[in-house]
Design a binder for this molecule. Structure first.
Ligand code: 0X9
Ligand code: ZN
Length: 309
């Protein structure tokens, strides 16, 4: 069964998603948008109130790009649970937006982290080169998106931890997301949040350059509203800025693609807790407090975005 006092295997999470879709058919639509090379499903839930033949502006949240970043999937499932079990708390948000949430972007990497190598980052597809024999599998899925693919902060050799793959969207995980967005061309994407760990940073595009997007000031304004809400919750402090300003430059990221190619104005990558004490190995007792404050930050930012429209 699902809980947020411990981390869960992929299978438990996917079974729970299946159950939600069965139990709350009015609210929840479950999509399997693709399959990985290890045969795992890429599952995405849509949470929407009201008429099913209309669509509202979309809020897209995804997590677990990187196998070892367990807290991100737990926070994503906590948010799904909160919206589905207490929709009346979020009537304004659900009136303004449809939510699309993908809690495990990299199921193969997550399974490998859970079962074999806790600090595994990338996906698991073999490259078909010498690198496979050195154990250098997988692609950094957050370097494989097709907006300024191949720029600074992405690797060309399969053994790199930031290996970008042979070409943009060469991986089943990233191409499934691209195809889902293309198939839903009629959805106007209002906001995008990529959940990662760790470092407590709320980052804006661009990741591929130090040049700022034209609406950077507005993105920062909303990000500050989010982090102020987070800090008010239990004092957790977040840094705000573009990825190169607060972390490092990296090209081919999902945030840049959602903003630059999918037309999503408010596109962010959030590095969840902690600040570095436990790092990726965040204890499970931190799941609920982290999820609570993160959702308070995101939902507060979204209310501000809704007022802007
Ligand atoms: O490097 C990443 O993919 C992210 N950090 S992590 O430690 N979770 O791996 C940051 C990505 C920020 N966004 C872009 N650079 N586009
Ligand atoms: Zn990450």
């Amino acid at each position: 069964a699902m809980s947020w006092t411990e981390y869960h295997y992929m299978e438990t999470i996917f079974d729970w998603l299946d159950g939600l879709a069965t139990f709350y058919p009015e609210l929840v639509t479950l999509y399997t948008i693709g399959m990985t090379t290890d045969g795992n499903p890429l599952k995405l839930v849509k949470i929407s109130v009201g008429r099913k033949d209309r669509h509202k502006p979309g809020v897209y949240i995804d997590a677990l790009y990187h196998g070892r970043e367990w807290i991100s999937a737990s926070v994503a499932t906590w948010i799904i649970n909160e919206l589905v079990t207490a929709p009346s708390r979020y009537s304004t948000l659900l009136k303004n937006f449809d939510f699309y949430i993908m809690p495990i972007m990299n199921p193969d990497g997550y399974a490998h982290s859970c079962n074999y190598n806790r600090l595994w980052r990338k996906s698991r597809k073999a490259s078909g080169t010498w690198a496979d024999f050195l154990g250098c599998r997988g692609v950094d899925l957050n370097r494989n998106f097709g907006f300024h693919f191949g720029g600074p902060g992405s690797g060309t050799i399969p053994c790199s931890l930031i290996y970008r793959g042979t070409h943009a969207f060469s991986e089943p995980e990233t191409s499934a997301v691209r195809d889902f967005i293309y198939e839903n061309r009629n959805v106007k994407w209002a906001a995008y949040f990529a959940l990662h760990s760790y470092g407590q940073k709320w980052m804006t595009p661009w990741g591929f350059t130090e040049v700022k997007p034209v609406d950077y000031d507005e993105l920062i304004r909303v990000a500050r509203i989010g982090v102020a809400a987070i800090e008010s919750h239990r004092g957790t402090k977040y840094d705000v800025g573009s990825a190169p300003d607060v972390l490092y430059m990296a090209s081919g990221g999902s945030d840049d693609w959602f903003k630059g190619a999918a037309g999503c104005k408010y596109s962010y990558t959030i590095e969840l807790p902690d600040y570095g004490f436990y790092g990726f190995l965040l204890p499970s007792w931190e799941i609920i407090p982290s999820a609570n404050e993160t959702w308070f930050g995101i939902s507060t930012a979204l209310r501000s975005i809704a007022r802007m429209r």
